[in-house]
Design a protein around this ligand. Sequence first.
Ligand code: MN
Length: 131
Amino acid sequence: MTRTVLLIEDNEQNRYLATFILERNGYHVSAAPEGASGIELARTLRPDVILLDIQLPVMNGYEVARVLRTIDELRTTTIVAVTSYAMVGDREKALAAGCNGYLEKPIDPETFVGDLERIVSLHVAAFGARR
Ligand code: MN
């Protein structure tokens, strides 16, 4: 089954790189540049995975994650926080906001998909298959 990834990321170069790597690995990728449109897209798309930048304009990624977790259809969607602000407590904040894992930027093209799939596998194992 091809997985669908929703990328919520305001930086165009980061969107381009992540999309390129994911599509090369067989994923369908949709993207939004900020939280509000990302949330609306998530509602209609019901992606398997949401890659969520934490540093976003208007709503930050923690706020976006909390809203996403109020949407019933997205209750078991894997949400992965992505941030370049690797400060102590960030991982815990992301998990507390409803994210299931955490990746640091800049993303490493060699390890990105493997790291992402490890987070998804652990989450799916914990919650069971969604479909
Ligand atoms: Mn950003």
